[in-house]
Design a protein around this ligand. Structure first.
Ligand code: PMP
Ligand code: GLN
Length: 379
């Protein structure tokens, strides 16, 4: 058995959702909306099943979805793409796993920013990559040239970068992206950019795709997910966008990982991507209202809420309350107060931050209010 996987604990999201069920808790742990998703897109998926879209679609994805992804990113991010630059995957997870398998040779170094989405490190290790960490800390979660200089080396092959960042809600601006792009170019590294939260940004923060920076078009693999674009997290329809030279090798990994993704869901996502800008604006403002409702309620109850500019998540720093064991805090919270959250230390490979807890606010007002009521006196 391979020790990378044999020795892994169960993912924190599964663990917290199980505890939430066990204790009848309000689940603000795992990141998924309690809204069932846009009705017309769900109907399009159902119609596609009845219309007979039930056999293997083409390996690279339905042509109409590949074109819809290219057009969508052209419209909202000003990227000049063709359908040939797009491959449909079974969620961002498959896109990331495939890219790491395709791009890394055993012994290659991979730069990772922690806190990081929990799938990254096991996938990098299983692909034979050697992780090099840039460690981000609250409240700003930023990084400097010196941080990058410590992590990059002549053996750096891939940088795995996530913006907007799960779990912190940081949306990295142009200066940070340019800093990273300079290091990628200087080290001839590929930027594997997990941009699944690109549509979920608040206030004035706008997502900047790494691929749009000078010199990065040919060395960026952009990963997106309909799960986050439409709040349909169970659908697992993702996309990889890359220039032809990279796409050739990425498609080889994809063909033996999943080969295809359910055609009815692809067809419905193609339809959804054509929605006007107002649809995405409305989604963002609804989520922003939920963020503000939970943030205000938590602050009223004495929690130090950290700013969040994107994703479904906000974080509280428990250090001012003297808490230094976020895992123990979350275990008590779910069992005693009946609210599930996620300890942010689960997103670190090393013992760097142990006082931050993540809450998902992509919920109905009644769910957020029920959680807040239970949190009276918890701080
Ligand atoms: N990357 C990040 C940063 C995520 O937050 C998630 C899911 N929450 C994923 C990847 C996985 O996306 P998918 O469900 O499309 O596989
Ligand atoms: N991405 C979601 C989160 O961060 C959960 C994904 C999962 O359950 N693996 O909560």
């Amino acid at each position: 058995m391979n020790p990378v996987f044999a020795d892994l604990p169960t993912t924190v999201f599964e663990t917290m959702s199980r505890l939430a069920r066990q204790h009848g808790a309000v689940n603000l742990g795992q990141g998924f909306p309690d809204d069932p998703g846009p009705l017309d897109i769900r109907r399009a998926a159902a119609d596609a099943v009845f219309d007979g879209w039930n056999q293997y679609p083409p390996m690279m994805g339905l042509p109409e979805l590949r074109q819809a992804v290219a057009d969508h990113y052209g419209r909202i991010q000003n990227l000049a793409l063709s359908a040939d630059d797009v491959m449909v995957t079974s969620g961002a997870t498959e896109a990331l796993a495939g890219a790491l398998l395709a791009l890394i040779e055993p012994g290659d170094e991979v730069v990772l920013f922690q806190p990081m989405y929990d799938a990254y490190l096991p996938l990098v290790r299983r692909a034979g990559g050697i992780p090099r960490f840039v460690t981000l800390k609250p409240p700003h979660w930023d990084f400097s040239d010196e941080d990058l200089a410590r992590a990059f080396s002549p053996r750096t092959r891939v940088v795995l970068f996530n913006s907007p960042l799960n779990p912190t809600g940081t949306v990295f601006g142009r200066a940070a992206l340019e800093r990273l792009a300079r290091f990628c170019t200087a080290h001839d590294a590929v930027a594997l950019c997990d941009e699944v939260w690109e549509h979920v940004t608040f206030d004035r923060a706008g997502h900047i795709p790494m691929m749009s920076l000078p010199g990065m078009r040919e060395r960026t693999v952009k990963v997106g997910s309909a799960g986050k674009i439409f709040g349909l997290t169970g659908w697992k329809v993702g996309f990889t966008v890359a220039a032809p030279a990279l796409m050739r090798v990425l498609s080889k990994a994809h063909q033996f990982l999943t080969f295809t993704t359910p055609p009815n869901l692809q067809s419905a996502v193609a339809y959804g991507l054509g929605k006007p800008a107002e649809h995405f604006d409305a989604m963002r403002s609804g989520l922003q209202r939920s963020r503000d409702r939970l943030a205000a309620g938590l602050a009223e109850r004495g929690f130090a809420v950290l700013p969040t500019a994107g994703t479904y998540f906000l974080n509280v720093d428990l250090a001012p309350l003297g808490v230094t064991d976020d895992v123990g805090f979350c275990e008590r919270l779910v069992a005693q107060e009946g609210v599930a959250a996620v300890p942010v230390s689960a997103f670190y490979a090393e013992d760097a931050v142990r006082s931050v807890v993540r809450f998902c606010f992509a919920k109905a007002d009644a769910t957020l209010d029920a959680a807040l009521e239970r949190l009276d006196g918890a701080a």
